[in-house]
Design a protein around this ligand. Structure first.
Ligand SMILES: [Zn+2]
Length: 437
């Protein structure tokens, strides 16, 4: 598109023709939402730079006030500041103002507050809101490219948004939480996320997956908050268990090792049995288990008729993996028992079967389940599951993919809060017009 001609067509070019100068200034003042004492003094358009410069000045001279304590102060000096604003017909648009600094007895030399931007930002609030809206839907790289921003500038806007959101958030009082780990960047670096399973939001993101990671959350929640917890769903991971036992009263009745994680452990065990057996069979020229990995891992209830027809002879065979699979499926069936006594009896029966299976990977999971009996029975009888936070985990995987791997833990943490924290992210000057999307 020929932008210069488009500009000329709308009569904003140079102000020698078309709309009179004054109404253009007024027009921009309205677009930016300026009120007294600020007004647009002039607008310049540069076609060579494809840029619109909006000069803003203070019309009246009301008393200057400290941005921190709002006390009237004497002026110190004035500085020219620029803010990137929403583009005007594809031209980069900048707001330029001489902004006074005041000298406050308590807070020292500070720049007075301006209504169009938050302190310290080089973007107007409307522009930051635009970036926030785009970040919800597109990758970091796409947002940077489309809005002509550097990666660091996008990250800075996201960081400020999250900080605002966390500062505004009411103190959470969750009753059901899920604790999860997720890896990022290099495969062995982790963050721990704590999810409110009822509200479906991430409450907390901590470094690593150590006891200290979860300790920090509980410390933040406080003694009362910890006492209010009714269920803590997690994987059978010793540091999380230790932390929860130390902070949550009657933890052993509240820790829940949910169906999801147990299914995952058993699924891994079945796959390990399959791999070993496949090797042995192939050495003897038997290819029955080649390319069958996903048949063993798939939920049989979701198989199509033809998938079932292919799978049935394997399932009914005398292969070791068929035995491992049957043990796993039996465990999944135990989630039907909701009465504690029954659930316990059935799990014990299952354990006896699994431990006599002569399949090492299965025996290992069986021992792990036995060691965490109470939590497994709790999960079976309360029906609390980490499914919600597993959903959050897959969203986190998306965040990782769209950001092409965060090299920096801080950014990864911010992105998790940004997308999953349920926070009010917009600059405060826009809070009234932009409610939570
Ligand atoms: Zn002050």
């Amino acid at each position: 598109m020929d932008l210069k001609r488009a500009w000329e067509g709308c009569g904003v070019d140079g102000y020698s023709r078309g709309m009179p100068h004054e109404s253009i200034a007024q027009h921009y003042a309205q677009l930016i939402g300026l009120g007294r004492p600020w007004q647009v003094s002039r607008v310049e358009v540069s076609h060579s730079d494809q840029e619109v410069l909006i000069f803003v000045a203070r019309a009246a001279r009301p008393r200057l006030r400290c941005p921190e304590c709002d006390r009237p102060c004497s002026g110190y000096d004035t500085r020219e500041r620029r803010w990137r604003h929403l583009d005007t017909m594809k031209y980069r648009t900048l707001l330029i103002a001489q902004v006074p600094r005041v000298k406050c007895a308590t807070h020292g030399v500070r720049q007075v507050a301006v209504p169009w931007a938050e302190e310290g930002s080089r973007f107007t609030a409307l522009f930051e809101a635009l970036v926030i809206d785009w970040l919800r839907e597109a990758s970091f790289a796409a947002v940077a490219r489309q809005l002509r921003l550097s990666w660091d500038q996008v990250a800075g806007i996201q960081d400020r948004a999250v900080r605002r959101g966390l500062a505004r958030r009411d103190r959470p009082v969750p009753t059901h939480i899920g604790v999860d780990e997720t890896s990022f960047a290099k495969r062995y670096e982790y963050v721990t996320t704590v999810n409110d399973l009822k509200a479906g939001v991430v409450l907390y993101v901590a470094d690593d997956r150590k006891q200290g990671s979860l300790d920090a959350f509980y410390a933040d929640l406080g003694e009362k908050g910890c006492a209010a917890l009714e269920a803590v769903a997690m994987d059978m991971w010793a540091p999380y268990i230790r932390s929860t036992r130390e902070h949550v009263p009657e933890a052993d009745q509240k820790i829940v090792f949910d169906k999801f994680h147990i299914a995952k452990h058993l699924g891994d065990a079945v796959d390990r049995v399959r791999r070993q057996e496949n090797q042995q069979l192939r050495a003897a020229g038997d290819d029955r288990l080649v390319k069958t990995k996903y048949q063993w891992l798939q939920n049989p209830d979701r198989m199509t008729r033809s998938q079932l027809r292919m799978f049935a002879p394997l399932r009914d065979s005398t292969l070791k993996v068929a035995r491992a699979w049957a043990i796993k499926e039996a465990a999944m069936g135990l989630w039907g028992y909701v009465r504690r006594g029954w659930a316990k009896r059935m799990w014990k029966q299952w354990y006896g079967w699994a431990i006599r299976s002569r399949l090492d990977p299965i025996k290992r999971v069986a021992r792990m389940i036995k060691k965490h009996w109470e939590g497994v029975i709790n999960a079976a009888t309360t029906k609390v599951t980490n499914a919600r936070s597993e959903g959050a985990n897959s969203k986190i995987q998306w965040i990782k993919r769209q950001a092409c791997g965060f090299r920096n833990r801080e950014r990864f943490r911010n992105a998790i809060y940004f997308h999953l924290g349920g926070l009010d992210l917009y600059p405060k000057t826009l809070q009234s017009t932009h409610s939570k999307a």
